[in-house]
Design a protein around this ligand. Sequence first.
Ligand code: G3P
Length: 222
Amino acid sequence: SKSPLIVVNLKTYLQGTGEKAVTIAKACKNVSEKYNVDIGVSPQFCDIYQVASQVDVPVYSQHIDGIDGGSHTGQILAQCVKDAGAIGTLVNHSERRLTLADIDSSVKAAGKAGLSTIVCTNNVNTSASAASLGPDYIAIEPPELIGTGVPVSSADPQVVKGSVDAVKNVNEDVKVLCGAGISKGEDLQAALELGSAGVLLASGVVKAEDPEKALEHLVSQI
Ligand code: G3P
């Protein structure tokens, strides 16, 4: 079967800002080569260029706005993110929520710029709605489990399975990731068994004493 996608979201963790974003991106690249898995990284906007130009790793923006070039001071333009070196973007992360109309605009703007899209959702219904907008991936992340270290794949397997089924009904081309509390190999394994195509994770890697070792623990059993 196809190798899973793992995306490490650096959020605004100080442990993943600036030079430290580059260090974690290098860890992602090393582990992805060693174990032949796809590992991407999602740094803050200002770090996209530095990470993408120094490390040969897929870089995802944490957000983009549904705007075209023009007079939109303070907004995030898909083309700018793409030019900085990103290959994709998160949209509607639980910590950066949008309305459904805004998610639609962001997905369209990303598509125009050639960015791959991962739309985050919080339950089965929003997974189905997001799938209807035709992103490349949805990522189901129950907000109450984010950052807790309690893995969604064992604490709430039905929200993952339910999202996989609901998304398949709406649009078979949309793949499903899951996230929240994922850190161990068994969490990833369980996520894949539930039908997801990979995981989105943050604290288990970014806050680890040795992020590269944490990533190895995650992928070494698959
Ligand atoms: O985007 C991934 C994130 O929200 C999950 O966070 O810290 O539970 O892995 P964490």
